[in-house]
Design a protein around this ligand. Structure first.
Ligand code: SAH
Length: 228
């Protein structure tokens, strides 16, 4: 796990830039329109975020296991969620991610936003994310070990909040930490989704309060409480 060496070399087989470009083309075909998001997805080497045994599948549009019963999100869902955070003010400057996992989505966000904060509850996974991210030198990305239900008071308010685990209800601390005009996207368990699945909800803090838009049906691991 996370052994570095030949994997860092660019242009080898299934992990090459060309394979990544094909993934980007598929995202475009599936309806991702924002060129900045597509470019960021084309730049982050997803194969460095999964176990070496899965590297050849890293550019398939599918979630993959990353240990600790968790998964790396499907590229389409990552792109869709980030795209949904972009409003009239363009790319949000300060972003909070809940659920760092292996660090992939955090890396994509850090290619786009000025400052990115990411919170993970499983310490060992956070350490793995740090290792995965080391070579990318993203100086605008800060990782924190904690319970994301509480958000990150020290860094608030955020222009955007992205939750990578499924909640039953919107965590109130996150809502409080959302700036005026800010957006939050999260998978919510709702009656509108099939059993065991969720719908992506986009919440926006406007002048007259919070508005909610419901997007695609998705499948995420649960948002747990407490930290490990
Ligand atoms: N962002 C990742 C996806 C991670 S999967 C990617 O780029 O692919 C969801 C992650 O959320 C898991 O690592 C899980 O441990 C974490 N998680 C679940 N509940 C959490 C909570 N309350 N606070 C912080 N992280 C949480």
């Amino acid at each position: 796990m996370n052994a570095r060496g030949p994997r860092d070399a660019v242009g080898i087989g299934m992990t090459s830039q060309r394979t990544r470009s094909r993934m980007v083309e598929r995202l475009r075909e599936k309806g991702i329109r924002d060129e900045r998001v597509l470019a960021a997805m084309g730049e982050v080497p997803r194969h460095l975020f999964v176990d070496e045994a899965l590297a050849s599948r890293a550019y398939e549009d599918t979630a993959l296991p990353i240990g600790f019963s968790q998964t790396i999100s499907q590229p389409y869902v990552v792109a869709r969620m980030i795209e949904s955070l972009i409003g009239d003010n363009g790319i949000p400057a300060r972003v909070l991610e809940i659920g760092t996992g292996c660090g992939y989505q955090a890396a994509v966000l850090a290619r786009l936003a000025r400052e990115v904060y990411s919170v993970e509850r499983i310490r060992a996974l956070l350490e793995r994310a740090r290792t995965n991210l080391r070579g990318l030198r993203l100086s605008n990305l800060r990782l924190t070990h904690g319970d994301g239900n509480l958000g990150l008071e020290a860094g608030a308010p955020f222009d955007a909040i992205i939750v990578a685990a499924a909640a039953r209800a919107v965590p109130q601390a996150l809502l409080r930490q959302l700036a005026q005009g800010g957006r939050m996207v999260l998978p919510l368990k709702t009656a509108q989704a099939a059993r065991g699945r969720q719908r992506l909800a986009v919440l926006e803090r406007g002048a007259r309060g919070i508005t909610e838009t419901v997007l695609d049906e998705v499948l995420f691991v649960p948002l747990e409480t407490g930290k490990l």
